[in-house]
Design a protein around this ligand. Sequence first.
Ligand SMILES: [Zn+2]
Length: 298
Amino acid sequence: MSTSTTPDADTTRLRRPGVVRSLRLGETTVTYVPDGAARLSGRGWLPAATEEDWAAYGEYLDADGYLTAGVGGLLVERGDRALLIDAGFGPGTRPAEPGSPVSDLRGGALLDNLAALGRRPAGIEAVAVTHLHTDHIGWLHHPAPGGDRPALAHAPYLIPEAEWTGRAHLAAHGTGPEVLAVLEPQVRTVADGEEIFPGVRVHLSAGHTPGHASYVISGGGRRLIAFGDALHSPVQISHPEWYAAPDHDRAAASDARRRLVAELQEPDTLGFGIHFADVVFGRVRAEGAGVVWEAVDA
Ligand SMILES: [Zn+2]
């Protein structure tokens, strides 16, 4: 079993939250926009991985045995137009709850990072959501600083149809009726394969949640699959059978991960893993009998 996922020996990127990074796909620029971060207990988040497995993937864990997950969104820009995929956790923190594999979840930096990139919320024409967990919809329901409405409430919130119709299960994951009530007036449901922005299509990958979607961004002869929480860590690229503790339907989620890993091995295909520490953009490369995630920075 290999433990190398980046060509350089510096593994610190595997244990720190993602920073602002951009890729160009022809006329389209995609940029990871951080909002915050969380720590995910390796043993608690990926219960199928054994102590021996974690010994082989030790460079992904901090001194306490936690994976580092960035929290944020993916800005897709083409000319003057802009789409945001996912909207972070929003301002605030969620302390560790006893028994929870999630620790130190915090957000709040998304709007400042967008401003530093020259993008005001009013310039974002739509927000596409991979799924309705709290670390992906924060700025869609929290009031904007100094205001009483969410900063992106002028834009439609594009949500996979099965995710919206299946929203009743979300209360157990922190997305309660009061949050859904704020989202509802903005919601426009989208279907598998639908083009939601020039060169961006919905690509259903249900399992983590009932209607979880990936988004495929095409341009310049390449495509980028933004696969949301179908995969939480690069270690799942090599082990798609390692389910995540909160997966709604483990079998469907495993099937979705296997399909995505196969698609990511096709030519001219890149991936975006929103929670992949500071290796959010990458490709899947054969190594030995298996495959690994290799960071791509251009
Ligand atoms: Zn998430």
